[in-house]
Design a binder for this molecule. Structure first.
Ligand code: SAH
Ligand code: SF4
Ligand code: F3S
Length: 453
């Protein structure tokens, strides 16, 4: 799950405005929801602030994917209630959905609980809480939140747009089908309108989001066509999407990665996030992934056949119940074979209510940690090798802002690699949000360093 915050602008709170602090955990869909939530509360007199101290409303936009994510929520709640004792504390997101009213029992300071599909109802919940009552809403009203949410506020050069939510796949380890509900796609007209509004504010790069983004389907429009519609919006120079599922990767989507002369989409960036989770068919079967290692590798090969330099990223779980050393070695082999630009790898975390949590032969924590380290070493080698290939090339970089080092800017390459670069005598302020040519002088473990031409 590549986390990249669209640069939502936190403006200085105007005189008299109430202060809203939002912390988003987990995937980019939560980041998107967090930004929309801040936009939603603006007309109600709430301005987004960066520090929790002195906040009037604190929203924890939570993730339930692994046990660690829940632990973080409760430790943060303890911290935030001390830092902002007068604030109304609200828990939204996937843990809100999964635990519901149990959160009130676990932390009595919490006054509001809601889920990912009910963020638009926060103002009503807040009214109730301000009257001193506990307020909870964990319904699944399909797409209501997109209808009710206002047009996005100020962003940087790059923005996320959620186009699909939920999951019908029920992998045996995963809570998402329960926390986000069934797969549902937003109308393509609404998505294009949202992208037009973002482009009007200077956004040049759109990342389309979904738990199974390539399952997108609305009135005959699939993801490949949607990428064309979004790429055709004036001002939009780059289109990306994440996260894809191997079983929803259609030939037209693969064809979209081809060079423009071969009918590809010139706005679609050469980056494809396609999680595999494990490198053995036996583990994949126990995970209920409904695909094999061979079918996954065939998909990767098909994308590379039309776009040889495409950056492939993925997700892995090690230590799934019953995983043998031999099965784990097969995962290492797949990681080495694919040569990922980067991948997210996790130790399996048993989640209450999921079938895998009940399986026998749970792998011990030490073995999980050892396997995770071994996998990460293979993945890191792949990342460094992928970065290195760009040394000496001139790449188009979308400038995001100042780099940590003085005299440098940072941005993203077409393959989504971070690029830090010097800019000579140019005005750095004018370059932010622009696409500029940068010649790469060296690479680091996971980024590029260069000089603007
Ligand atoms: N829909 C996407 C992934 C969404 S969840 C897909 O199927 O690819 C993001 C990632 O979290 C998953 O890809 C998986 O690698 C990881 N994950 C999910 N449940 C997990 C669990 N119980 N323990 C460890 N990692 C988990
Ligand atoms: Fe979870 Fe599997 Fe759905 Fe991905 S496809 S969200 S891992 S159930
Ligand atoms: Fe976490 Fe929910 Fe995203 S569980 S990964 S925030 S869909």
């Amino acid at each position: 799950m590549p986390i990249r915050i669209a640069d939502a602008v936190t403006e200085a709170a105007p005189q008299g405005a109430k202060r809203l602090f939002v912390k988003s955990y987990g995937c980019q869909m939560n980041v998107y929801d967090g930004i929309r939530l801040a936009d939603l509360m603006k007309p109600h007199g709430y301005a987004l602030v960066e520090e929790v101290e002195g906040a009037d409303l604190v929203v924890l936009n939570t993730c339930h994917i692994r046990e660690k994510a829940d632990d973080k929520l409760f430790s943060d709640l303890g911290r935030f209630k001390k830092a902002a004792p007068q604030a109304i504390l609200a828990v939204g997101g996937c843990t809100g959905q999964a635990l519901g009213a149990k959160i009130f029992q676990q932390e009595s300071a919490v006054k509001i609980v809601f889920g990912p599909q009910t963020i638009q109802r926060l103002p009503t919940l807040l009214e109730k809480a301000l009257r001193g009552q506990r307020a909870i809403d964990t319904d699944f009203p399909e797409l209501e939140k997109f209808d009710r949410l206002p047009t996005p506020g100020a962003y940087g050069a790059s923005a996320f747009v959620t186009i699909q939510e939920g999951c019908d796949k029920f992998c045996t380890y995963c809570v998402v089908p329960y926390t986000r509900g069934a797969e549902i796609s937003r109308p393509h007209g609404d998505i294009v309108a949202e992208v037009q509004a973002l482009a009007a504010q200077g956004v040049k790069e759109i990342t389309l989001l979904g738990q199974n983004v390539n399952a997108y389907q609305h009135e005959g429009v699939g993801l490949a066509t949607l990428c064309q519609l979004v790429g055709a919006v004036p001002g939009i120079a780059r289109v990306r999407f994440t996260t894809s599922h191997p079983n929803n990767t259609t030939p037209d989507l693969i064809a979209a990665f081809a060079p423009v002369e071969q009918g590809g989409n010139p706005k679609l960036m050469p980056y494809f996030h396609l999680p595999v989770q494990a490198g053995s068919d036996t583990v994949l079967a126990r995970m209920n992934r409904n695909h094999t290692v061979a079918s996954y590798l065939e998909t990767i090969a098909a994308v590379r056949a039309v776009r040889p330099d495409v950056a492939i990223s993925g997700d892995f779980i090690v230590g799934f119940p019953g995983e043998t050393e031999e099965e784990f070695q097969q995962t290492l082999a797949v990681a080495a074979h694919v040569g990922y630009v980067g991948a997210y790898s996790f130790a399996y975390s048993p989640r209450p209510g999921t079938p895998a949590a009940e399986l026998p032969d749970q792998v011990d924590e030490v073995t999980k940690k050892t396997r995770l380290a071994a996998l990460q070493a293979v993945l890191d080698a792949g990342t460094a090798a992928f970065c290195e290939r760009f040394v000496g090339q001139t790449l188009e970089v979308l400038v995001e802002g100042p780099a940590k080092d003085a005299g440098q800017l940072r941005g993203r390459s077409p393959h989504n690699l971070p690029v830090n670069f010097t800019y000579g005598a140019a005005d750095p302020v004018a370059l932010v949000g622009q696409l500029v040519p940068v010649t790469i002088r060296r690479s680091t473990q996971r980024s590029l360093v260069g000089k603007m031409e």
